[in-house]
Design a protein around this ligand. Structure first.
Ligand SMILES: [Zn+2]
Length: 468
């Protein structure tokens, strides 16, 4: 398998540190609000990467954190007159509603920053003791970026450029040795939650949280570190600096970053105010459509959010779900008696080809966009197989493959809404009328079914009902 590695800026062959095992970390949400579609993209992307690695036989240890202490959390708590912990508890609960809805498997570890203070202080101490970190009185403990020779290796920024800065930038970096230095421990301000440390009461900086949780749960060097591309600098660059300086070894071998979700050509973000929460979108489109929409684009390409594109995803997903339902219907139907040998051969071959092509596309830097095309190709072959009377056994092969590869993507195949009992009843009445050769009555009932928003189609294998 190949993965595009931000460190090398090339698609690199994926090799694990330990054979058959993958240690993977992705930066999780700051839990001060519902998450929006732009936030959801990395959750779905790295869940899919994890699922695919497991499909390829790897044992994956996946850690995704909760940032439950930072400026936004404190601001929100103060606004509402509740504790930071109250805010965290509420939005972690809400996170799970949406993440479960999007069919993101629960990570192996989901630590909270506030439960990792010991590990955080451990790294700050290692940096301080080596003279890599220094104290600014009344402010905090800072990391000196000039102490790491290859600082900037991930973002490909040059340290001199970073440190040059403009006048405005310099002014905001009062007291630091270099403009690029960043806080790893922030001293307590009035009304803020704090913890004891050898340098004084305070709370961790954001970057150090991830470094600590990685070390605590996965170790000093991991295989894959993921996140949105907006985290490359400074967040991931600083994670690398802290961890590698403290541990004396590489933090992660592969750095994988997903592109943004755009709205009218601009990045969807809370700060721009052009965001749509998953909780809002799900009022109009089910979770499985949102996941399918996210996976319809390659993770390194921006995707545009629009109603039309979500509708197109919904139609596409329904085509796949309907095909799976039709296969199942015919396999279970006593009336279906397909036995055409060449149709059977053809669909079995199509299933194998879909599998091979799917794997090739996913192996090529997790190309879910083309992998979904493979699913459509199989759907077309399966629909033809039913028309051409392939055997039930062959239809089962197609159905199993369809379930297998959609399952790897975490795509749920649900034919929209169950058919209500009232409609099923009418369908039966109509069948009885037809049997009694009362075609006028049969037509009347069909019109009635249509007026209620359903279509009934006579197939050689019995009537099939669909929502219009
Ligand atoms: Zn992080």
């Amino acid at each position: 398998m190949k993965l595009f590695n931000t460190l090398t800026r090339t698609k690199d062959e994926f090799k694990t540190i330990e054979p058959g095992k993958v240690k993977m970390y992705a930066c999780g949400p700051t839990v001060y609000n519902y998450f929006h579609l732009g936030n959801a993209r990395p959750f779905v992307t790295f869940d899919t990467l994890r699922r695919y690695l497991e499909y390829r036989g790897y044992e994956v240890e996946f850690c995704q954190n909760f940032t439950d202490i930072d400026d936004k959390m404190i601001k929100r708590a103060n606004e509402e007159g509740v504790t930071v912990k109250d805010i965290a508890e509420r939005y972690i609960k809400e996170y799970y509603v949406d993440a479960d809805g999007l069919n993101c498997k629960r990570p192996t570890y989901q630590p909270r920053a506030t439960e990792s203070i010991g590990a955080i202080i451990g790294i700050v101490k290692a940096l301080y003791d080596q003279g890599i970190a220094y104290v600014i009185e009344g402010d905090g403990v800072y990391y000196d970026v000039t102490k790491k020779e290859d600082y900037g290796k991930l973002s490909h920024y040059n340290l001199d450029e970073l440190n040059a800065g403009g006048g405005e930038r310099k002014a905001s970096y009062e007291g630091k040795k270099n403009p690029g230095d960043f806080a790893i421990w922030k001293f307590k301000k009035e009304g803020e939650p704090s913890w004891n440390s050898p340098w004084g009461e305070g709370r961790p900086g954001w970057h150090i949280e991830c470094s600590a949780m990685i070390k605590k749960h996965l170790g000093n060097t991991i295989d894959i570190h993921g996140g949105g591309q907006d985290l490359i600098f400074p967040h991931h660059e600083n994670e690398i600096a802290q961890s590698e300086s403290a541990n004396g070894c590489t933090l992660a071998n592969y750095w994988v970053h997903n592109a943004f979700v755009n709205v009218d050509g601009e990045k969807m973000s809370k700060s721009l105010g052009n965001f749509f929460t998953i909780r809002d979108i799900v009022k109009h489109f089910p979770y499985e459509v949102i996941r399918f929409f996210i996976l319809s684009g390659h993770y390194r390409m921006p995707i545009n959010f629009s109603d039309e594109l979500l509708k197109a995803s919904q139609t596409g997903l329904q085509r796949i779900a309907t095909c799976a339902a039709n296969l199942k219907f015919n396999i279970e139907s006593d009336a279906y008696n397909g036995d055409d040998a060449s149709a059977s051969e053809a669909v079995k071959a199509a299933a194998q080809e879909a599998h091979d092509s799917f794997v090739a596309h996913m192996d090529d830097d997790l190309n879910t966009a083309d992998a979904i095309t493979d699913i459509y190709t199989l759907v077309k072959a399966a629909n033809t197989a039913i028309d051409n009377k392939a055997s039930k056994e062959a239809l089962q092969v197609a159905l199993d493959m369809l379930n297998e590869i959609t399952g790897v993507l975490g795509i749920v195949l649900k034919v929209e809404e169950d058919i209500p009992a009232e409609i099923t009843e009418l369908v039966e009445q109509r069948a009885a009328a037809k049997k009694a050769k009362d075609f006028a009555e049969a037509d009347r009932i069909r019109d009635l079914i249509t007026s209620k928003g359903y279509s009934v189609k006579d197939t050689p294998n019995g009537p099939q009902v669909e929502k219009l």
